[in-house]
Design a protein around this ligand. Structure first.
Ligand code: ZN
Length: 146
């Protein structure tokens, strides 16, 4: 489950402009079914924003079982990285949860500045731990019932 916030009308309009622009001039920036525009690309795959404001992860490989595809933490990391170029996407960032703790690995800033600016892998660039992970909790509840 992702903690991402729903997009505003303004952002939806903007996404639709990006989408039309990509169709007209940068078809390579579209996802496979052409419903989303690439906002971030990296070694494992790319993140696309769809017309409804949702984010789709598309790994470069075709494996439907690739865990990268549905991991909400990869979505956060892609969103944080995409904000540099697309600051309008900031409104989708999850609100810090009241019970979440500062990330100690990066000093709660979400990245490391050592020559290269690298996203913190412990908090996915958020600066705080998006915990508890609801999907892990569900699994635990389910297994304890049996
Ligand atoms: Zn961190």
């Amino acid at each position: 489950m992702s903690l991402m916030k729903p997009p505003s009308e303004t952002l939806l309009k903007l996404i639709s402009e990006w989408h039309s622009e990509a169709i007209a001039s940068f078809p390579g920036a579209l996802n496979r079914d052409r419903t989303g525009v690439m906002i971030h690309g990296e070694i494992g795959g790319a993140a696309y924003i769809r017309l409804d404001g949702s984010i789709e992860l598309e790994p470069w490989d075709e494996d439907p079982e690739n865990p990268w595809r549905s991991d909400p933490n990869v979505v956060y990391a892609a969103l944080v990285a995409a904000l540099k170029k697309w600051p309008e996407l900031a409104e989708l960032m999850p609100d810090r949860q009241p019970d979440s703790e500062d990330c100690l690995d990066c000093g709660a800033i979400g990245h490391f500045n050592r020559g290269l600016s690298l996203l913190c892998p412990s908090c996915y660039g958020l600066g705080w731990r998006p915990q508890p992970n609801p999907s892990l909790k569900e699994d635990k509840d389910r297994s304890s019932r049996h």
